[in-house]
Design a protein around this ligand. Structure first.
Ligand code: NDP
Length: 489
């Protein structure tokens, strides 16, 4: 009997109004392992009503202390129960256990961070340039927030939205990707007795059905979206129609710039982690290697040696280095982009093909791929692959490196590798990107904002303003002296 994951609405598992289900495919085996509810407008309406009611409760909306306590409760529950989420998420997206276990172990921490940050928020007195009045700022919740997430790290992406949104006094409706919804449903179920009904709702289904209905719902007052440029653009268009704000965390084509004086072993590890961890299915994947021409040959050779030692296999095993691509559509897309790159003149330095893994012959495994002779005009250099494909281009001077790095529609993340600290800062200030890493890659913290510029999106998640981003400013003016007659002569 295949396990079914229903919606989670108003504190309860809720069957789909349509009676329809969507198969969830395990990408390691290619087989259906579960089914998720196919949501529609009626399900979204139920969730919106539940979220609206929950968000208006005075002991939630007006009591930061109560919200902080509930967020601590969520954190504690996730600390003790996160292990049951690991296998579920891996069955859905094939990410290997060492990465998923680390993400899940850290899940409670995101909620605890915002519980503590909320407790420190204070009413802000405004310093005015006027006499006879004072003013202070009140922050008020939006009410209902739509949180739309991608399939690569469903629960971590959800945490970045849900934790600050709840801290800000809102209720949320989460729409996970239809490719990887099960862990988000189970997450809500696991929290059912620590979160008041209606504050966290999960409606599963297709983006253009459920996702679009959430964004279109009048009572949803803000949308936080993580996904592709196309999805983000649709969400922003609908949100604009309703004059509701949206935050878009979209794709990237992040450069890794390696200068000749870099600590090469460290740079090699950083480039490997940037593009081959999670099979490159990461928004900050460092997919463009921009490397000084003196060291290019040796660097690529060393990368190839490292790839040769990697072990493909079951993502549930600790000794697996490379699991499957998360779903068949993504697998086909990556392989066809590599094919087109070949036709456009790129040469394959490593990988480039499907990988047949004994015992997992129907899985979506692919060889980590390095492409050389890639033109900066080629599709593979310019478009996000969201897969384990590293494109290499060399430079001879820093101006050329900066131009290559910035010549992109995206601006999410960048890496700089050099042992000269002053030079690194100079280059970092010239890179157009939401994040620049110097001599490491991928750090992420609740204290530092995440987000992109250009077509990588707008708005930020995490960081010092994360809770405020889910609240609206209201100014309260106080007159301190009597009001004079406005028409006095
Ligand atoms: P998609 O844009 O296809 O989907 C993202 C989410 O949006 C899914 O839940 C999807 O539902 C939903 N959706 C799709 N269409 C609509 C719509 N019209 N209205 C509302 N919701 C909709 O992206 P992927 O899931 O393929 O994720 C990969 C992308 O996400 C990559 O581009 C990657 O760079 C980006 N990403 C960005 C991150 C960041 O922080 N910047 C982090 C992680 C990923 P469904 O899938 O069910 O159709």
């Amino acid at each position: 009997m295949i396990r079914r994951f229903q919606h989670f609405i108003n504190g309860h598992s809720t069957p789909p109004n349509s009676g329809e289900w969507i198969d969830s495919i395990n990408p390691a085996t290619g087989a259906v392992w579960a089914q998720i509810a196919r949501g529609n407008k009626a399900d979204v309406d139920l969730a919106v009503e539940a979220a609206l009611t929950a968000s208006q409760q005075p002991d939630w909306r007006d009591s930061a202390a109560n919200r902080s306590e509930i967020l601590h409760g969520i954190a504690d529950r996730l600390d003790s129960e996160h292990k049951q989420l690991i296998e579920i998420e891996i069955n859905d997206n094939g990410k290997r256990i060492r990465e998923v276990a680390a993400q899940m172990a850290g899940l409670g921490g995101w909620y605890r961070h915002f519980a503590l940050a909320l407790a420190k928020m204070e009413v802000e007195e405004l310093t005015l340039d006027l006499e006879g009045v004072s003013a202070h700022l009140e922050l008020i919740p939006y009410g209902v927030i739509g949180a739309i997430t991608a399939w690569n790290s469903p629960l971590m992406i959800a945490a970045w939205k849900v934790a600050p949104a709840l801290a800000g006094g809102n209720a949320v409706i989460i729409k996970p990707s239809e490719m990887a919804s099960a862990s988000t449903v189970l997450f809500a179920e696991v929290l059912s007795d620590v979160v008041p009904d209606g504050l966290i709702n999960v409606v599963t289904g297709y983006g253009d059905e459920v996702g679009a209905e959430i964004v279109d719902a009048d009572a949803v007052k803000k949308v936080s979206f993580t996904g592709s440029e196309i999805g983000g653009s649709k969400v922003a268009t609908t949100a604009a129609k309703h004059v509701k704000p949206s935050t878009l965390e979209l794709g990237g084509k992040s450069p890794q710039i390696v200068f000749a004086d870099a600590d090469l072993e460290s740079a090699i590890n950083g480039v490997m982690s940037g593009i081959f961890l999670s099979n490159g299915q990461s928004c900050v994947a460092g997919s463009r290697l921009i490397i000084h021409d003196e060291i290019r040959g040796a660097f690529v050779e060393r990368l190839k040696e490292k790839l040769d030692g990697l072990h493909f296999g079951n993502p549930l095993r600790e000794d697996t280095d490379i699991g499957p691509i998360a779903n068949e559509a993504q697998f086909d897309k990556i392989l066809s982009m590599v094919d087109r790159a070949r036709q456009e003149g790129a040469t394959i330095a490593a990988g480039g093909s499907k990988k047949v893994v004994p015992g997992f012959e129907n899985g979506f495994f692919m060889e980590p791929t390095i492409l050389e002779n890639v033109s900066p005009y080629a599709e593979i250099w310019r478009k996000e692959v969201f897969g384990p494909v590293l494109c290499v281009h060399s430079f001879s001077n820093k101006e050329e490196a900066i131009t290559l790095a910035n010549d992109s529609d995206y601006g999410l993340a960048a890496g700089i590798w050099t042992t000269d600290e002053g030079f690194a800062s100079e280059i970092a200030s010239k890179i157009d990107s939401g994040t620049v890493y110097i001599n490491h890659y991928r750090s992420v913290s609740a204290c530092a904002p995440v987000g992109g510029i250009k077509k990588s999106g707008y708005g930020r998640e995490l960081g010092p303003n994360a809770i405020r981003d889910f609240m609206q400013e209201k100014v309260i003016w106080n007159g301190k002296v009597g009001v004079p007659d406005p028409f006095a002569r």
